[in-house]
Design a protein around this ligand. Structure first.
Ligand code: PEP
Ligand code: MG
Length: 594
């Protein structure tokens, strides 16, 4: 809700990309922009003792902070996540590091900040060059801890998103998956980032968490200070610093209107998602964690169309075991039963990395060693996951889906791994759904072009438009500078999607869409017209999509597609779809209006 606020400064307005709907006001917290500038000073002989005293104080304070964070994480997320901080605490006890800093203070009369920064940087660099992966990882621990010690020496408060003291709007250059996965929802009113686009993991996570977000704000994190009062508009992609009374009033009115529409959608919750001429379009929800399931059910989704399993692997020191994974998948399967749950196998890489896994830096991570390519090499990790999913399959309506399949050869290799996992479970006498459905994501142009071949060897398709668009149009999906070129209605995409849906239906299998294009309500006429059987999106969009589907006839949607295939530009095609959406469900279009 919009709060009244006394305005004492001039309003400043920053435009980004609306990444997760909602409007929120609050204090800004600028996260991550806390480089400590260290200068060299020569200290006098009589100050050596007090300089060493400052060092000891900073180490002590850092220890207390780390232990406090560790305690909270163990309470919130369990022992495993808390263990991350054991290595950090060990750095504070490292005698060679501490002795060398003290020696430099005593013998070379260096100020403690300078001595500590130099020694820790030397350590960091030498560990980074070592072959051993474990030691290289310690380098990151040293860097983290050293930064914290330096901040404490300078008397700056320590920044950590897990330990925010008051509710605020977080503003950062970027947020890593581990940042977003551990955000305290009670403290983070909304977030915004300098980089990113609607399909970057940060935006997807914000929608899953139902937190208003704006991405692609360019260099705003350098122009805005912590503590400013702001209004964040996750629909239109605006960040207002010191919003004027008029802005607050206008947004208050808008918020009221949107709330009324949202309440009116609640009555559709238990009604089927079907067109006026009775064509059923399943509405799935995309989830990242088992804790998202209540939100899926509240919004009346027909199932989970995409369970992104990466977040089970993020924010921990090691890989989750088969049992740990099983518990997560089983929880979702049981709570959703009898509704279907499509569990996607690990899609690491791109903009989702694990800190504990040694993966060499790549020039083009989205074109690199990611998703199924990674799993088909690290079959140890893949087998654990496949067994865990299979075991959960007897508790509900579980289906498996592989990400980033490029062609039939890869699909067969993935299926061979699945057969091996089945065989292992049979040998162990563990039951699973022998008839489990196995689908394949279509998100690489080569898969789209060979959809007819893939359709013969899989039970369903789910189109990952986030990737399919970036690869087809050669537009990096997370680069805000070229976000205007990321065009879901480009004729190439429309033809590709139509081709995929047709190939699936010719082979008698269903085709869905689980990329963000499915969650853009203005696209529903096109996607329904092409014949997609399921649209899967963030849970909060499901009621709006349902309203739209229930307001159109399949015949109207078919006509939109028929005309779209004759048009030459993305703009023309988008307008066609938007026009139908506006005429059949104007209220919903107001909700999503930018
Ligand atoms: C996609 O690419 O559209 C998709 C759903 O997968 P992700 O966003 O996780 O890459
Ligand atoms: Mg993808």
């Amino acid at each position: 809700m919009i709060e009244a606020h006394t305005v004492s400064h001039l309003e400043r307005k920053f435009q980004g990309i609306g990444a997760s709907p909602g409007i929120i006001t609050g204090k800004v917290f600028v996260y991550g922009r806390d480089e400590v500038a260290v200068v060299q000073k020569e200290i006098r002989g009589e100050d050596v003792g007090s300089e060493i005293g400052r060092f000891e104080q900073a180490l002590l304070l850092t220890r207390q902070q780390l232990q406090e964070i560790q305690k909270r994480i163990i309470e919130d997320l369990g022992e495993n996540d808390g263990a991350i901080f054991d290595a950090h605490l060990l750095v504070l006890d490292d005698p060679s590091l501490i002795d060398e800093v003290v020696r430099r203070i005593q013998e070379e009369h260096q100020n403690v900040e300078f001595a500590f920064e130099n020694v820790s940087t030397q350590y960091f660099k030498s560990l980074l060059n070592i072959e051993d992966a474990y030691l290289r990882e310690r380098a990151a621990d040293i860097k983290d801890v050293a930064h914290r010690v330096l901040r404490n020496l300078e008397g700056q408060s320590s920044q950590d998103l897990r330990t925010l003291v008051e509710p605020c709007i977080v503003l950062a250059y970027d947020l890593s998956p581990s940042d977003t996965a551990t955000l305290d929802r009670a403290k983070v009113l909304g977030f915004c980032t300098d980089i990113g686009s609607r399909t970057s993991h940060t935006a997807i996570m914000a929608r899953a968490m139902d937190i208003p977000a704006v991405v692609g704000l360019h260099d705003s994190s350098h122009q805005i200070e912590s503590g400013c009062f702001a209004l964040l508009d996750g629909y239109g992609g605006w960040l207002y610093i010191n919003p004027s009374e008029q802005t607050l009033y206008d947004y208050g009115q808008l918020e009221h209107k949107r709330h009324t529409i949202e309440v009116s959608l609640e009555s559709l919750r238990d009604l089927p998602s079907e067109t006026t001429d009775h064509v059923r379009v399943m509405l799935g929800a995309n989830i990242e964690m088992p804790s998202d399931v209540p939100h899926v059910l509240e919004n009346g989704a027909d199932g989970v169309g995409l369970f992104r399993t990466e977040y089970i692997f993020i924010n921990r020191k090691d890989m989750p075991t088969e049992d740990e994974q099983y518990r997560a998948y089983a929880e979702v399967a049981e709570k959703m039963n009898p509704k279907p749950v499509i569990i996607r196998t690990l899609d690491l890489g791109g903009d989702k990395f694990l800190s504990h896994l040694e993966v060499a830096r790549e020039m083009n991570p989205f074109l690199g060693w990611r998703a199924i390519r990674f799993c088909l090499e690290r079959t140890d990790i893949f087998q654990d996951q496949l067994r865990a999913i299979l075991r959960a399959s007897r508790l509900g309506n579980v289906q498996i889906m592989y990400p980033m399949i490029s062609g039939v050869g890869e699909l067969r290799r993935a299926n061979a791994e699945l057969d091996k996992a089945r065989q292992t479970l049979r040998e162990r006498g563990i039951a699973f759904d022998e008839k489990i459905k196995v689908g394949c994501m279509i998100e690489i142009p080569s898969a789209a072009l060979t959809a007819d071949l893939l359709a013969k060897e899989t039970n369903f398709f789910s189109v990952g438009t986030n990737d399919l668009i970036q690869y087809s149009l050669a537009v990096d999906r997370v680069n805000e500078k070229i976000a205007h070129l990321y065009e879901p209605t480009h004729p190439a995409i429309i033809r590709s999607l139509k081709n995929i849906a047709d190939a699936a239906h010719k082979a008698g299998i269903p085709a869905g869409i689980c990329g963000e294009m499915a969650g853009d309500v203005t696209m529903a006429p096109l996607l329904v017209g092409m014949g997609f059987d399921e649209l899967s999106t963030s849970p909060s969009v499901v009621p709006q999509l349902k309203k739209l589907v229930r307001s159109m006839s399949k015949a109207q949607a078919n006509e939109v597609v028929h005309q779209a295939l004759e048009l030459s530009t993305g703009d023309e095609i988008r307008k066609l779809s938007v026009n139908l959406a506006k005429s059949i469900a104007p209220d919903i279009m107001e909700l999503s209006a930018n």
